[in-house]
Design a binder for this molecule. Structure first.
Ligand code: CP
Length: 303
């Protein structure tokens, strides 16, 4: 039985095949409409979500399957003290596959230790978000046509940004990737990721300055400063508007650069940017459904 807890659980060949499957689903949706007939997906969201939960649910419906679950831990027996392990054992009696989000890093990994069905990590605290990475990779594939030789700028909260942590590791596996890590000192990437880049000899620079980094980027991955990860409200208020992608800053970018953002956004991308052809974050949202359709099929062993 295969789970997806960390994007590195999948080989690069598996990821590439899954992206090609998602492309085929986009091209031939009717061919997939019955693939999960009779199967049930449980979405267990112990932390808020719009895109991830609803795209998983839409994905399962579009495969002909069914969905059950909860969107709020307060409506589950977690409020009565039930452990994650017990919740997973129980839901495994009702569902064929489980997508779970949890505020605690490692909770989905704990779930795999007792699960009798595949577990998908739909985001664990400030750690990982592998299905957002599949979404991001599908978007890069569709917009740039390659994963090779790209200079990727990650901007904003690189410390707590689980989408950044997962995509950065995934992109390390493609040739000639370069990273520009744009963050204030307080929100730089965790040491374990910097160690990984050093060990793999991946070229990267760290800078607090978005504007000066802009001209060299092929992909700009903006992120929200996440209020929910801060222990101190004053630190959040001081840092929250560090980066705002104004039209003036964007004028320094390549004409074929793409702008990604896992969303939700707050102030970091003004609405004025939405009509720029480089803005791909709403295409990214739609791609998330197709990437998750391909993933559900893979983990259920359906071709
Ligand atoms: N990108 C993402 O994880 O969005 P949600 O928090 O709305 O699921």
């Amino acid at each position: 039985m295969q789970h997806l807890i960390d994007i590195m659980d999948m080989t690069v060949e598996e990821v590439d095949q899954l992206i090609l499957k998602a492309e085929d689903i986009i091209a031939n949706p009717a061919a997939y409409a019955e693939k999960c007939r009779g199967k049930k997906l449980a979405t267990l969201f112990f932390e808020p979500s719009t895109r991830t939960r609803l795209s998983f649910e839409a994905a399962m419906y579009e495969l002909g399957g069914h969905v059950l679950g909860f969107a709020d831990a307060n409506s589950s027996s977690a409020t009565k003290g039930e452990t994650v392990a017990d919740t997973i054992r129980v839901v495994g009696c009702y569902a064929d596959i489980i997508a779970m989000r949890h505020p605690k890093e490692g909770a989905p990994l704990v779930a795999t230790q007792v699960a009798n069905v595949p577990i998908i990590n739909a985001g664990d605290g400030g750690h990982n978000h592998p299905t957002q990475t599949l979404t991001d990779l599908l978007t890069i594939h569709r917009e740039k046509g390659t994963y090779e030789g790209l200079t990727i700028g990650f901007c904003g909260d690189l410390k707590f940004g689980r989408t950044v942590h997962s995509l950065l590791q995934a992109m390390c596996r493609y040739p000639n990737t370069k990273f520009v890590l744009i963050a204030p000192d307080e929100l730089k990437i965790p040491g374990y990721l910097r160690d990984k880049l050093d060990k793999l000899n991946i070229p990267y620079t760290e800078t607090p300055d978005l504007e000066s980094a802009m001209p060299e980027l092929d992909v700009l991955y903006m992120t929200r400063v996440q209020q929910e990860r801060f222990f101190n409200e004053a630190d959040y208020v001081r840092l929250k508007d560090t980066y705002i992608l104004t039209p003036e800053k964007l004028s320094k970018a390549k004409s074929d650069m793409i702008i990604l953002h896992p969303l939700p956004r707050v102030n970091e991308i003004p609405r004025a940017i939405d009509d720029d052809p480089r803005a791909c974050y709403f295409k990214q949202v739609l791609n998330g459904k197709y990437a998750r359709m391909a993933l559900i099929m893979k983990l259920l062993g359906i071709s």
